[in-house]
Design a protein around this ligand. Sequence first.
Ligand SMILES: [Zn+2]
Ligand SMILES: [Zn+2]
Length: 444
Amino acid sequence: MKAILDHIGIAVDDLDAALRFYRDALGLEIETPEDVPSQRVQAHFVPVGQSSLELLVATAPESPIAKFIEKRGPGLHHITLRVDDVRVALAQLKARGARLVDNEPRPGAEGALVAFIHPSSAQGVLIELKQGGGIRAADPKGPAVHPASSVGRIDSDRAATAGPIQRYSLGDLELISLSDGFFRLDGGSMFGVIPKTMWSRKTPPDDRNRIRLAMRPLIVRGARTMIIDAGMGDKENEKFHEIYGVERSRHLDHTLAEARLSPEDIDIVLASHLHFDHAGGFTVRDAAGRARPRFPRAQYVVRRGEWEDATHPTARTRASYLLDNYVPLAEAGVLQLVDDDVTIMPGVRVRRTGGHTPHHQMIMIESGGKSAAFVADLIPTAAHLPDVWVMGYDLFPLDTMTAKQQFAKEAIEKKTLVFFEHDPVLAAGYLKEESTGRTVVPGE
Ligand SMILES: [Zn+2]
Ligand SMILES: [Zn+2]
C-alpha cells in the first residue's frame, strides 16, 4: 500500500496559546478557520509543505474533541494518510488482523472517502485513511483547496470532486458512472416519515438541515452509446444554486471527457423522469439565451406519461419540472416518446416503477447473463434501501414501497449491480438481505 501524509490533527484546548506557539513562535501561517457544525469543531489548517497540521478546537461540550481533551488532555488526535483506494487498504488491513473503526469507507469533505483505524492497532494513534477529496495545491500561488477535515466533515461549501469515474463491464456492454457534481435537499423531505434521530445518524445534515446528494448519470456503451439522465446542467441562476447548495466545479463535461467521450458521441439520451436534477443537463443555453439540446446527435427517449405530467405541472410538481430542460427537445424534433416497458437498445430496457412520479421508470441492463439496474429515484441513495425509507417528495409513497420490495428481491436473486444516482459516496453495489436488514456491498 502506498500512503502519503495528508495532515496531522491536534486537539487544542487553548486556542490563544496554540496560536502563540504555532503562529508566533514557529512563524507558521494559519489559514482562516473552518467551522464543522456537525462535529462541533473549528479547524485551523497550518500548511507545512505538502501536508498540514489541523488545529481542532471544540465549539460545544459534546464535541468529540472536547471529550478527547477531557479524557487525555490536548495533543495528537489523529494522523491522516492519503491512499489510492480506501477499500483495498481496508481489506488489506483486515486480512492482517488490524482493528478497524470503519469497516466501510464513509463520506468525508469534498467527495473524499475516509475510514478510521482503531488506535489499539496503531501504537495508540488514531489513523484516518483518505481517498479523493481536495488536495492542497503544491504551488503556493495555486488555489488553496482544503483537505477534508478528518472529523467527518461532509458539509463543505467548497468545490467538490467525486473521485474518478467508475467503469464496469457487463457482458458485451461497458457501463461508466459519471458525475454532474452535488446538490442539497432538505433531509426531512429526503426521508419522508423516518424521524430525524434515525436518518441523521446515516446522513448528517448541514446547518440548514440539508443533506448532500450526488448526481451520477450513467453511460451504457454497446451497439450504441447511451447516457441515462444528465444531472442538473448549468442553466440555473445564483439564487437556485444557493438554495440547493449546488457544487458543480467538476461536472458532466469534465467526467465525459475523463471517459474520453464528447457530447457528439452520445446517440441516445434516456430519461428516468424529468425532474431538474435528472433532466437539467438535457439542454444548454446558446449565446442568445435560448435552451437547445445539449447532445447534438442524440435522440432523447422519454416515457409518454412522464412527458405529459412534466409539460402540465401542478402546484405540487412545479418546483421540480422546469420546462426549459425538455420542451426544447420537442421543438428541435429530437424527442421520442415510449409508452410501455420497451427495449431501447440491445440489453437496455425501461421498466415503470411509479411511486416517485406516476411514470417514473428504472432502467434494466442485461448482457452475457449479467444484470445491472439504474434505479434513479426508486432508491436514490444506499440509505434508502429499507422499504419504508421513502422520500417525502414521492407522490405515491406506497407504490414506491411495493416497487422497491419487488425490485430488491429480484436484484438479490439475480445478483444485479445496482446504480444509486444520488448516493454521495457509492456509485453502485450489490444488495444483500441480512438479519439486521438490507445492505449493500460496493460493486466493482
Ligand atoms: Zn425525482
Ligand atoms: Zn432525483
